[in-house]
Design a protein around this ligand. Structure first.
Ligand SMILES: N[C@@H](Cc1ccccc1)C(=O)O
Length: 503
């Protein structure tokens, strides 16, 4: 059994003392109270010692008791004067008694049989009896108790009651009652055995110093074990904002998976890249699948190369060479030039496709996007999307579902994922993903699909492109274990300090 230095010392002392008051044990060990108590509790939990706690009634001397200890009880003082003079008046007693003490004195003296009380010329006169003379050298029970209290300060009530009833002590106001707990420590059989087998009491050290090494003293000491489970003060070192850390880790994970990051220079986008390049018709209800903000100033931005714009226009108006009939309306470049805060990160995928991509290739972007909405615990008006696409000759819809599921489970830690058919103007087929959150139930966290040819072909891509856009904030909720999306941007220091660092 492993025992600390303190425990060993306490146990060794207990072996001789067997059963001892806690205070005495403290004295014996020469350790401080707290250390001894801790050692006893440990020894007790190991079955080596027992701690008994007993409540006992005590009587403690009062101020008045101490005073009487010095000058004597009032009746004793009166007695002395009475015996000295043989006969006294009540007035004479004023020399030795206070006002308060004077009042009950006649009753007491009479009760004790120390004085005969007479009336002489209209005044009360006290005459000493024979008993009074003897009483001077005798101790009454109350005198014994007073002496005991003076001597000890506090006496167990039991011991007083053997001499006089407690109520007498209280009515004379020389002592007051109190409850005190007494602790006794006892060694157990097992404890005894252990000590008898021999305990090596080595000095215990918690730090190995150069001195210990040089002197060789380290050989004679015992190294205190660290209790790594002991509660300690929490420290909050500086660290990344939890949500930032989460996003950074996603970026890293995607890069590790071989994705190439698409970066954006600005949060502002032309409608061309946000909508037109994605085959979303102008002035068509399809544009409303998401509400968007508009820039007041500047209102317009630039379009890409004329050639590309021409192809997009043709795709919208009649389907260009894709075999589609297009939307059948007149496409307006001025509308496409309107500026807006980017409404989805898919705009970056369109830009990337327009710039050219490796085939096969995998791309992603983590992008802040903006959409008017009513703020609540699952909706923000600006949020982050992780968009991406994979381009390759033989990609199918199944590949897409596989990738998405992996994202939801691995990146977000969602336990269950569900896919539902959906509609996006730029994908066919389209799918919507939901993941299960303990508190929120099913939470929709993104859309995906295969980009339509009417979109990819004008951008110069012939191979199939599977694409997705994930509302990463909602996934962060899963990971960070929060049920209100607004907390991602909270200033709540407690949360910032204690949020788990996820991965
Ligand atoms: N951009 C869509 C998601 C999406 C991306 C790519 C393909 C299909 C859907 C959105 O914001 O919800």
């Amino acid at each position: 059994m492993e025992l600390s230095y303190q425990e060993k010392l306490t146990l060794i002392k207990l072996k001789d003392l067997k059963k001892v008051k806690f205070e005495d044990l403290v004295k014996e060990t020469n350790l401080d109270q707290v250390a001894v108590m801790r050692a006893i509790l440990w020894l007790q939990s190991k079955g080596l010692a027992r701690l008994h706690e007993r409540q006992k009634k005590i009587v403690r001397i009062t101020e008045l008791g101490r005073k009487y200890g010095q000058i004597g009880l009032p009746e004793k003082r009166a007695l002395k004067l009475l015996v000295e003079r043989g006969k006294i008046t009540l007035d004479d007693l004023k020399d030795v008694l206070s006002e308060d003490e004077l009042r009950p004195i006649i009753g007491i003296l009479r009760k004790e049989g120390w004085a005969n009380i007479k009336k002489e010329e209209g005044a009360l006169v006290l005459e000493a009896t024979d008993k009074a003379k003897e009483a001077l050298s005798k101790e009454r029970p109350i005198d014994v108790v007073l002496k005991l209290l003076v001597e000890k300060g506090e006496v167990e009530a039991r011991n007083i009651e053997r001499i006089i009833p407690l109520k007498d002590v209280k009515s004379r106001k020389i002592g007051e009652e109190d409850i005190k707990s007494e602790r006794e420590v006892e060694i157990t059989e097992e404890g005894l055995k252990l000590v008898e087998m021999g305990l090596e009491l080595k000095k215990e050290v918690s730090i190995l110093t150069p001195e210990l090494i040089k002197s060789g003293e380290w050989r004679n000491v015992e190294f205190k074990r660290f209790n790594i489970q002991a509660p300690v003060k929490r420290v909050y070192p500086g660290k990344k904002q939890p949500y930032r850390a989460f996003l950074d880790k996603i970026r890293r994970k995607l890069i590790e998976m071989g994705f190439i990051e698409m970066s954006a220079e600005s949060l502002i986008e032309t409608q061309f890249w946000n909508f037109d390049a994605l085959f979303q018709p102008q002035n068509h209800p399809a544009r409303d699948w998401t509400d968007t903000y508009q820039l007041k100033y500047p209102k317009h931005g630039y379009l890409p190369s004329e050639e590309l714009v021409e192809r997009v226009k043709a795709s919208h108006e009649y389907g260009w060479t894709t075999g589609s009939r297009g939307w059948g309306y007149k496409w307006d470049p001025r509308t496409a030039m309107l500026l807006m805060p980017r409404a989805h990160a898919t705009a970056l995928s369109a830009r990337q496709l327009g710039k050219g991509v490796q085939i096969p290739g995998k791309y992603f972007a983590i992008q802040r996007v903006f959409r008017p909405d009513v703020l609540d615990r699952t909706h923000l008006i600006e949020f982050n999307q992780v968009d991406g696409f994979v381009v390759g000759e033989d990609l199918t819809f199944k590949h897409l579902l596989g990738i998405l599921k992996r994202f939801a489970v691995e990146i977000a830690g969602a336990k269950k994922v569900k896919f539902l058919p959906d509609y996006y103007p730029f994908t066919e087929p389209s799918v919507q993903m939901s993941a299960y959150h303990e508190e929120l139930g099913w939470v929709e966290f993104g859309g995906a699909g295969i980009f339509r040819e009417e979109m990819t072909k004008p951008l110069g891509i012939d191979a199939p492109v599977i694409a997705w856009g994930i509302g990463i904030d909602r996934l962060a909720m899963f990971k960070l274990g929060i049920d209100d999306i607004r907390y991602l941007f909270s200033y709540d220091l407690k949360w910032l300090r204690e949020a788990k660092l996820v991965w």
